[in-house]
Design a protein around this ligand. Sequence first.
Ligand code: KG4
Ligand code: ZN
Length: 342
Amino acid sequence: MTIILGIESSCDETGVGIVRLDRDGGLTLLADEVASSVEQHARFGGVVPEVASRAHLEAMVPTMRRAMTAADIALSDVDAIAVTCGPGLAGALLVGVSAAKAYATALNVPLYGVNHLAGHVAADTLEHGPLPTPTLALLVSGGHSQLLRVDDLAGKITEIGSTIDDAAGEAYDKVARVIGLPYPGGPPIDRAAQRGNPTAIAFPRGLTGPRDAKYDFSFSGLKTAVARWVEARERDGEEVPIDDVAASFQEAVADVLTAKAVRAATELGINTMVISGGVAANSRIKALAAQRCQAAGIELRVPRPRLCTDNGAMMAALGAHLVAAGVKPSSLDLSANPALPV
Ligand code: KG4
Ligand code: ZN
């Protein structure tokens, strides 16, 4: 039995997770503590890097203590440490990497610098067990919108598509601002959309033309189209039907994400799909993905929302896969790489 500590600080969540790796390769989640600075960013409508770094500094040790208490272990019980070393905000990543190096040195345990995107995929193994390979992963959050082919969680993950502009969550946050809903925009738009008509307004579906990149996404045109539509209504002195705008925008996002993901899985002959990242909590994306995956004979796995948003448990889970696969640990020269590819 091996105890793995996971540390995450790539954006606005300070996460410390603890996972137990059993001899048979099974994973048990022992602790998943997260401190978020999201409220400090709310009035800016997006994450402010300096504010995030400072919040990580303040939250790291208390979050670590809470995780130890929740798992009912002592620091000396930790056998390995996995830390997000990229991609993400440079200053934010550095706080986690520095803390992980300090703990690894003090405890004399191996340190694994791990990829945040791979961590989002690994999160699913905490809920649904080992991942069949290959698996197609759709990662959708405030920072990323990617399609990944996962052949081996501990090694081979290939990006087959990504957004060419805004991430899906970013589009939610910006559209929320346009229609006067609070930050982060995903949850309030999701709620407003339940009351609205998804076919009320025909918003554009980015990159779906015959000559467009098959697996890439674009949400910037959609965001601008929503802003123009709302501006035109306001100029004419008409009331903006917020619920219909939310529902129609959400339908465009869900349609493009699920259509491209199912198409990729089908064309690549992949039978399992994982959707993760904060936007995976979206009710319409989940429902449409379930419907389209079922029609295409694809098994759909979506971890619970708590595991979809940034957390340390997913990094611990990824660390456990590396330990189980006998991957060589990182050196203590490990540094943060904000643009780390998957
Ligand atoms: O994974 P996450 O917590 O942090 C990042 O790495 O970005 O994702 C946050 C994003 C935000 O943009 C938020 O608006 C979006 O996830 N989000 C949602 C929902 N819940 C959160 N988007 C759509 N529908 C939701 N229900
Ligand atoms: Zn993330």
